[in-house]
Design a protein around this ligand. Structure first.
Ligand code: 5GP
Length: 127
C-alpha cells in the first residue's frame, strides 16, 4: 500500500463489525459476507483480514493467505450448495476490471447459470 491510500476501506469496517454485513463464514484469517448488490443468486465476497490492495499484492506478500481466501471461497460454495452446479471466483483488479474497493476480495458467484464475461457489453463492438 502507498501513503496516499486511505487508512481504512469499507471492508476493514465490516471486518471490525463497525458496518453490518450478512456474514456467511469466518476463519482466523478471512471473512465472507454477501454482496450488498448481488449479481447472481449467490454473490459472496471473501476478504483476508489483513489488507492488501489487490490480488497481485496479496500473492506476492503472503501466498498462504491467498490460499486461505480461495479455501474460504470454496467453503462458501459448499455452504450455498454450489459445488455440483458450479461457481465462479473473480478478483477484479484495477480500473478496467471495475475494482471499487481497494482491499483485495474474491467474488464468489453461482446458484444459477452465469453469463459470459470479458468485453464490456456497452463497448464499441456492442450490438
Ligand atoms: P469491486 O467492484 O471492487 O470488485 O467489488 C466491490 C463490491 O463491494 C461490489 O460488488 C459492491 O456491490 C460491494 N459493496 C459495496 N458496498 C458494500 C457494502 O456496504 N456491503 C457489502 N456487503 N457489499 C458492498
Amino acid at each position: 500500500m502507498t501513503e496516499s491510500d486511505p487508512s481504512e476501506t469499507l471492508f476493514e469496517r465490516i471486518i471490525a463489525r463497525e458496518i453490518p454485513a450478512d456474514i456467511v463464514h469466518e476463519t482466523d484469517t478471512t471473512l465472507a459476507f454477501r454482496d450488498i448488490s448481488p449479481q447472481a443468486a449467490t454473490h459472496v465476497l471473501v476478504v483476508p483480514k489483513t489488507r492488501y490492495r489487490n490480488v497481485g499484492e496479496l500473492a506476492a506478500a503472503d501466498p498462504a493467505l491467498l490460499a486461505d481466501v480461495i479455501a474460504t471461497a470454496h467453503r462458501v460454495a459448499e455452504l450455498d450448495g454450489l459445488t455440483d452446479s458450479g461457481y465462479r471466483v473473480v478478483f477484479n483488479t484495477g480500473a478496467d476490471a471495475g475494482q471499487t474497493v481497494f482491499h483485495v476480495h474474491a467474488h464468489v458467484l453461482g446458484g444459477e447459470q452465469l453469463g459470459q464475461f470479458g468485453r464490456y457489453a456497452g463497448g464499441p463492438d456492442a450490438g
